[in-house]
Design a protein around this ligand. Structure first.
Ligand SMILES: Cc1cc2nc3c(=O)[nH]c(=O)nc-3n(C[C@H](O)[C@H](O)[C@H](O)COP(=O)(O)OP(=O)(O)OC[C@H]3O[C@@H](n4cnc5c(N)ncnc54)[C@H](O)[C@@H]3O)c2cc1C
Length: 337
């Protein structure tokens, strides 16, 4: 198939919006209609159609495999205004990167898309079955989970609204844009200690907010003080913000303090529970255990992207997705010999 320019794509599909989000949604809808006419059996079903799933889909589409990508449209970075540290796409919106990726994967005719939530998976005689919330059942010989993780926010008013905008998860993704600003770290103990001293390369004005009594060791406290890192133990009542842009921290029973940037590491759960129900092993950090081929502990089931690694970046998600797609195809090739 020859590749389509954006103009040609719009002409053929009738999708002609100037916004970035609308075409993403509309092309999914038309994909669902297309799905009705097709059968329900695939070589590979990919659960998760964000950066990692689309990369896997591209590798498999280019290998002429019949693929279904099921996506519920909730990538973890959706609230972030701009994405950084992914070469060629630095500073683009997360939606623009995903839209371009999807546009490119859609050009491979053996790849289909389904907008919806996969809620159940089972092993069958010939492979696997995936059921969606809307009641559709799809079959495939192999599965790839590119389903990401779900962040669990602390129960502090304003945190969720600021996430990805002024409460940040990663200095490699957003640290350059807020370099040299007075910066807070929300954390305590070993994690807070490591995060606070790590950030001193981006700014020398760092305060560790422990949100309650410090659990730092005496040695850690001394080390942070030697780096001029302040430690604030007061309980946080809320983050005062304007449309996600942090202005002040309000402490319980105390004054507020002005600040515009905070880093926080938050706990997470797997976004999709199906791999576990299929028997895929999680490692002690809660990630799906994979080998260098992105194969999980269950044969024929691959995983890639955030659900498998602490190295949480778009570039890594794409890299792992590409590997998963290529290795999944190789497994088909080898099974013929
Ligand atoms: C706030 C924030 C800001 C970030 N900023 C940057 C940045 O600037 N630069 C950078 O490189 N990285 C950034 N990251 C990290 C980056 O967003 C992730 O590494 C990347 O999104 C991982 O891609 P993924 O495909 O593995 O998962 P995701 O992008 O999270 O996508 C998972 C997809 O799977 C779908 N899904 C899950 N379960 C199901 C199911 N059961 N059925 C159907 N679909 C399902 C979800 O709806 C979602 O679309 C940021 C992360 C966060 C949280």
């Amino acid at each position: 198939m020859t590749s389509l320019t954006r103009r040609e794509f719009i002409k053929q599909t009738g999708v002609a919006s100037t916004t970035l989000v609308a075409p993403f949604y509309l092309t999914n809808l038309s994909s669902n209609k297309k799905m009705e006419k097709n059968n329900t059996h695939f070589d590979v079903i990919i659960v998760g159609g964000s950066y990692s799933g689309l990369a896997a889909g591209m590798a498999l589409g280019r290998a002429l495999r019949k693929v279904l990508i099921i996506d519920s449209g909730k990538p973890c970075n959706r609230q972030t205004p701009h994405s950084h540290n992914f070469i060629t796409q630095d500073g683009k919106t997360p939606q623009a990167i995903a839209e371009l990726a999807k546009l490119q994967v859609q050009q491979y005719p053996t790849v289909s898309f389904f907008e919806g939530l996969a809620i159940q998976g089972a092993k069958t005689k010939d492979g696997f079955e995936i059921q969606t919330k809307s009641g559709k059942i799809f079959q495939a010989k192999q599965l790839i989970f590119a389903s990401g993780i779900k962040d669990i926010f602390p129960d502090i008013e304003g945190f969720a609204q600021c996430w990805g905008i002024s409460i940040l998860h990663c200095p490699y993704c957003h640290g350059y844009e807020v370099r040299n600003k007075p910066t807070g770290i929300l954390g305590n103990g070993e994690l807070g200690f490591e995060f606070a001293r790590f950030i001193t390369n981006w700014t020398k004005d760092v305060t560790l907010y422990t949100n309650g009594p410090s659990t730092l060791t005496a040695d850690q406290t001394t080390k942070l003080k030697n780096l001029n890192i302040k430690i604030e133990e007061a309980h946080i009542k809320r983050f005062i913000h304007e449309k996600g842009h942090l202005k002040h921290i309000q402490f319980k029973g105390r004054d507020t303090t002005a600040i515009s940037v905070i880093y926080a590491k938050v706990p997470f759960v797997q976004h999709c529970g199906i791999p576990e129900t299929l028997g895929c092993v999680l490692n002690e950090d809660g990630f799906l255990q994979v080998d260098p081929k992105q194969q999980t502990s269950v044969e024929g089931v691959y995983a890639c992207g955030d659900n498998t690694t602490r190295m949480r970046t778009v570039a890594n998600a794409v890299s792992m997705g590409t590997t998963a797609g290529m290795m999944s195809n190789k497994a088909f090739v080898l099974s013929n010999f």
